[in-house]
Design a protein around this ligand. Structure first.
Ligand code: IDC
Length: 340
């Protein structure tokens, strides 16, 4: 009798384990499917980003550092891991225009290499079911008008080369600054957007706003005509707090589709204290309004915004112990949001 009960109990336990494992597996694969099911062309409806069925989509992911600077992270294993393990559904390819061998300051070979790298990034993102932002990363060149001619040529060629990739969003000027007016940005956007539209009539295009992509109120007061246009708001949680959050919410309430195409949880120098309390306030409010958010930055640079520790030379296969404080925070947030 004793033996019978022992056997019965162990069979029962084994059955429970099998059911548990199957349920766990199902949840994981359901979450993965949920993420992937969102791929396909996106469009903007009101203030929201939507998939082809009209369902609201929230993109959450990470931005590369400057592509010339840290090209090594644009690799197959790393992108696979960002999707499968981190739960990212978007990667931003930040291509500086001026700094560090930027697209406009470097030579012809550099320009060719950068275009190749952008294309590689788009293909890898596509392979691993992620959206991808092609970012014309102006910064030292305060006004997008400074390199407008080069921008037009770049977007003309890239949108032609990337024809047929439904996963591409174009960010046409990272952060206008140095007193650049909304009028100047609008003029620039009006000359660059048609160039992209010629090859990709429906792609979502993100436009930077004055004062390092913070004055979304100015864009809300005078938006650009045309469809599938979103407006960038960038924040660094230890610097930008209630005031900028209010600016974002007010702009959305006025009907502006806002996209947080870059943020950090440290201060605006990309360094300094990691402020998780303020970061979590940002996440809550962005989630509430379904705003997409992309974290700065995928590198091991010695700065708190970098997600990889400075002494880690790996370019994939990251362990938790390889991640910086902001890296661990991001990893946990992205996984949680993706249901992993
Ligand atoms: C910073 C990088 C840093 C680099 C610098 C170049 O983190 O390694 O030396 O650019 O000027 C932005 C910009 C982004 C900045 C980031 C942090 O879009 O390029 O990256 N930041 O300063 N806007 C607000 C903060």
């Amino acid at each position: 009798m004793k033996g019978f009960w022992k056997k019965a109990v162990s069979i029962f336990c084994a059955a429970i384990m099998v059911i548990g494992l199957a349920a766990g597996f199902q949840t994981a694969s359901a979450a993965a499917k949920f993420q992937d099911a969102k791929l396909g062309p996106l469009h903007v409806k009101g203030t929201k980003l939507c998939d082809k069925k009209g369902h609201t989509v929230q993109l959450r992911g990470i931005s590369t550092h400057g592509l010339s600077w840290y090209p090594q992270y644009v690799n197959d294993k790393c992108f696979k891991e960002l999707h499968d393990k981190w739960g990212a559904n978007v990667v931003r390819l930040a291509m500086y225009t001026e700094e560090y061998n930027g697209y406009c300051s470097g030579d012809d070979k550099n320009r060719k290499d950068l275009k190749k790298l952008v294309k590689k990034g788009v293909k890898l993102a596509d392979k691993y079911h992620m959206y991808v932002i092609v970012d014309w990363h102006i910064l030292n060149d305060c006004s997008p008008k400074q390199n407008q001619k080069e921008a037009k040529a770049f977007f003309k060629d890239m949108s032609k080369q990337l024809k047929g990739y439904d996963n591409v969003l174009y960010e046409i000027c990272n952060e206008p600054n140095g007193g650049t007016s909304w009028k100047d940005i609008k003029d620039y956007a009006k000359s660059v957007i048609p160039v992209i539209r010629k090859n990709d009539k429906d792609a979502v295009i993100i436009v930077g706003t004055p004062n390092w992509s913070q004055y979304v109120d100015q864009a809300a007061a005078d938006p650009i005509k045309g469809k599938n246009i979103m407006y960038a708001l960038h924040f660094y949680a230890d610097t930008h707090r209630d005031d900028l959050r209010k600016k974002m919410v007010d702009a959305i309430k006025e009907g502006l589709p806002v996209f947080v195409s870059e943020y950090g949880i440290c201060d605006c120098s990309g360094k300094g204290t990691v402020n998780k309390t303020e970061a979590d306030k940002w996440i809550r409010i962005m989630d509430k309004y379904n705003v997409s958010y992309v974290a700065w930055n995928l590198s091991n640079k010695d700065e708190t915004s970098a997600v990889i520790k400075k002494d880690c030379q790996k370019t994939s296969g990251f362990k938790r112990s390889d991640l910086s404080e902001s890296g661990k925070w991001l990893y946990d947030i992205l996984r949680k949001k993706a249901g992993k």
